[in-house]
Design a binder for this molecule. Structure first.
Ligand code: DQA
Length: 144
């Protein structure tokens, strides 16, 4: 199965970005974790990050056209973007929303997600392991 792992704004700064909240694992380590999990699971994965919302929308449109599943960390767009939610609503394969931190234990504005109502599953608070968990669930979910 094809899975796109898509990361939103500021996630390219992992490792130096507020390490007390997001940990010291770098974005390169996040990418390596996804490739390792996908290799074990026999999943065809592409991992990307952008700070540009129009680029993310294009990637979601392409996943919809290709019938690819998506693991999405929408980062701050989680809490702000109706456009991203509308794009995600067009996906035909499952979408898993992932957050490194437990957004429900943080500021009130992080406790609302525009994306969760159109996601099949949500993983929050497991750090970069959440991506491997998402890929494992998608690999088991395929064909159900
Ligand atoms: C995040 C949580 C968001 O609230 C925040 O804006 C991020 C990262 C997370 O992975 O915990 O950029 O999505």
């Amino acid at each position: 199965m094809q899975v796109r792992v898509l990361n939103g704004p500021n996630l390219g700064r992992l490792g130096v970005r507020e390490p007390d909240k997001y940990g010291t694992a770098t974005y390169a380590q996040l990418v390596a974790t996804c490739h390792a999990a996908a290799g074990e699971l026999g999943v065809d994965v592409a991992v990307r990050q952008t700070d540009a919302e129009h680029e993310m929308l294009g990637w979601i449109h392409a996943a919809a056209d290709d019938g690819a599943a998506v693991v999405l960390n929408p980062a701050a767009w989680t809490h702000t973007s109706v456009a991203l939610r509308d794009a995600c609503a067009m996906l035909t394969a499952p979408l898993v929303e992932v957050h490194l931190t437990n957004v429900h234990a943080r500021e009130p504005f992080r406790q609302h997600s525009y994306i969760s109502p159109v996601a099949a599953a949500v993983i929050a608070g497991c750090g970069i392991d959440g991506y491997a968990l998402a890929l494992r669930w998608l690999a088991g979910h395929a064909g159900r």
